[in-house]
Write a protein that binds this ligand. Sequence first.
Ligand code: AHG
Ligand code: MN
Ligand code: MN
Length: 340
Amino acid sequence: MSQSKLITLDEFTIQETRKFPQATGDLSALLRDIGLAGKIINKQVRKAGLVDILGKHGATNVQGEEQMKLDVYANETLINILKNCTECAGIASEENDDHLPYEDTFSYNSKYVVLFDPLDGSSNIDVNASIGTIFAIYRRVSELGKPCTQADFLQPGRNLIAAGYIIYGSSTMMVYATRLGVNGFTLEPSIGEFCLSHPNMKCNEKGKIYSVNQGNWVKYDESMRNYLNYCMESNKDEGRPYTQRYIGSMVADMHRTLIKGGIFMYPGDTSAPKGKLRLQYECNPMAFIMEVAGGMAVSGEGHVLDIQPTELHQRTPIFIGSKKMVEKAMEFVQVREVAN
Ligand code: AHG
Ligand code: MN
Ligand code: MN
């Protein structure tokens, strides 16, 4: 693609805003600020392997700054950038116990709140595999002119205005969805901009890849094992056995599922009846992206996006990806009633 044809994230979000004459541009600005945080986190991620050479965590670097673990660094980067912008009233992060309202008059009048998993797949940092950042944007329900409240962060995923992720992989990409569509932007390092590379992303109705931590087999119930047996069974017409892929970074597993089709699962098991993944920081944003892309995301009891959150850090089982594959999985999987 010649440089003159590049559409940057900034240009794209502004074009999208122009489709709505009444839009204020706040959402576009917020997405651009999240993109900026992504670029700063990316810079640090790309240095991860050098930590042992340049000094271990806890050491002081040449600028006299204490070196932080990447997930702490990513968290603080997002918190600070969103605090300094005018569109965000407060945040909730997987890394913080409570939501954080921004205490200044600009933020009191901001209409959005952002929830994020600052660094997803952190166990993959040490082995140089893909990691990511996941974010979710809601319109606040609390009164403008005051600090945002917990109710702003306990909205069902159906209320999402936008959601996305940044993947720090073999290239760095930002993918985000609004109700208008899902679009992917690849970071062009020479100009330091995210450029539109994957317009109007769609998830195929069917796929040939299943993605699950099959090492948990002994903890799965019979219905889940029956579905996994179905995935491994031979049926030429249906393209089975399916291929198994599991990176262990939800962002990376989801990115593949979105592009190639397939199903990604983190079900409940005997030691974790609601699975491992967090509803507000991981499952809702991914479910929103997947549904806008034509895919499906369920917990086993209904659509992930319909769950009414009752606490900030709650977990949910998830089955997400190509619509037909998720529907098929649901013919097998029975979910036990679990108290919150
Ligand atoms: P995080 O690094 O934010 O704690 O998330 C890790 C999550 C998710 O990215 C991944 O899908 C899952 O943990 C993998 O869990 P298992 O190791 O249990 O398979
Ligand atoms: Mn995570
Ligand atoms: Mn995390």
